[in-house]
Design a protein around this ligand. Structure first.
Ligand SMILES: Nc1ncnc2c1ncn2[C@@H]1O[C@H](COP(=O)(O)OP(=O)(O)O)[C@@H](O)[C@H]1O
Ligand SMILES: [Mg+2]
Length: 357
């Protein structure tokens, strides 16, 4: 679907970690497809989610039934789309792919739903962006496997129920905990992705390097894994850019030394934070005395989209303890001051917030 805006492309700010040239983007997207794990065995990490889903798939197959509807949530780049494709493959089903913003009319959705075969997977990416009328027309499809076809107009309009095949809706959303309960309650399986550990990312880097034919040693893979912001997509991106440095500035091999050099050039620091992350923290410190600051004020000050701030950048900064949420807004921690080499304000000078320091 041409109109589909994928997290892989437009929805993500280009400043993130690297902003490659168009030709490099096309090559990266091809690589992305090549790097996607296609079975549970190849899927690294995220054990709780993957192990649970493997059980549900096996059970559904045993019963000869469609898999229950699945909602996958978590920050971008953690493997939601990958898992949707993997589920269809493991179920031996076809997959149809669309996204919340791409479904503009009820007819679009009805057309897709009536074309699904028994047990097929319908993947709706960015499902939190469905229009309300379209979301509502999904309810009977999910629950009773029927859609309502409206014929006639005005007083003569009639809704005719039309049965559809038993299918599996797989929805993906970056907004953990933000779907309305009518939709949420219709998913039998709800899984939330966590950031990957450095060890898991190191495994992913090794696997990707093998698939892309990039010579890399263990120390080089570890360095990239540790600095990938808990995110496989970033690990793969960094690997590709570092390969470029290895080809041009080195002998083609990715070692720790080469990785450190390239990551420096890419402005990814020792904690894996990129220029965007550091700008958020330094803006909070310089313009808002470290906070608390409301997310809207912060977004305006950074000229950044509020949702990108909240659902792309912030989760990792919070997990790593650079940022906390308070009832009065976001606030940087002592660790943020230390990381940016800025002396924290003296205790007591920050009103009620001194306790943090
Ligand atoms: N568990 C995993 N193991 C190995 N590679 C992964 C894993 N999860 C994601 N990836 C890699 O990261 C890339 C981004 O994953 P994707 O499924 O597109 O993330 P999301 O849909 O959550 O934004 C994929 O192309 C894939 O190569
Ligand atoms: Mg995706």
């Amino acid at each position: 679907m041409a109109r589909q805006r994928h997290e892989d492309g437009g929805a993500e700010p280009v400043a993130r970690v690297v902003s490659p040239e168009p030709a490099a983007v096309a090559r990266d997207l091809e690589d992305d497809a090549a790097l996607r794990p296609r079975s549970f065995d190849e899927f690294v990490g995220q054990r709780k989610v993957a192990d649970n889903l493997a059980v549900y798939v096996q059970a559904a197959r045993k019963r000869g039934d469609a898999l229950d509807h699945v909602l996958l949530s978590g920050p971008p780049g953690l493997g939601k789309t990958t898992l949707a494709f993997l589920l269809a493959r493991e179920m031996g089903s076809q997959i149809r792919v669309t996204s919340g913003p791409a479904l503009e009319r009820k007819g679009d959705l009805a057309g897709i739903l009536t074309s699904l075969g028994r047990g097929d997977v319908l993947f709706i990416d960015e499902i939190h962006r469905l229009q309300p009328v379209i979301e509502e027309s999904l309810y009977p499809a999910m629950e009773d496997f029927r859609i309502e076809l409206v014929t006639g107009t005005g007083a003569g309009a009639r809704a005719i129920p039309l049965p559809i095949e038993r299918f599996t809706l797989v929805g993906a959303t970056t907004r953990t905990g933000q779907l309305g309960s009518p939709l949420l309650s219709r998913f039998g399986i709800v899984e939330t992705f966590a950031f990957y550990s450095a060890e898991e990312l190191t495994d992913i880097v090794r696997r990707s390097a093998r698939l892309l034919g990039i010579p890399i040693d263990d120390a080089g893979a570890e360095e990239i894994g540790r600095r990938s912001r808990g995110t496989p997509r970033i690990a793969n991106r960094l690997l590709r850019r570092i390969r470029d440095f290895a080809d041009v500035r080195g002998d083609g091999r990715v070692t720790r030394e080469l990785a450190e050099f390239a990551l420096g050039r890419l402005e990814v620091d020792a904690s894996g934070l990129d220029a965007g992350d550091r700008k958020i923290l330094s803006t909070m410190i310089k313009r808002f005395d470290g906070g608390p600051v409301g997310i809207d004020s912060l977004a305006a000050s950074l000229a950044e989209d509020r949702d990108t701030l909240e659902f792309v950048y912030e989760p990792y900064l919070i997990q790593e303890g650079f940022l906390i949420r308070t009832p009065r807004g976001r606030q940087v921690t002592k660790r943020a001051y230390e990381h940016l080499n800025v002396p924290p304000p003296p205790a007591g000078s920050r009103g009620g917030q001194a306790s943090l320091f």
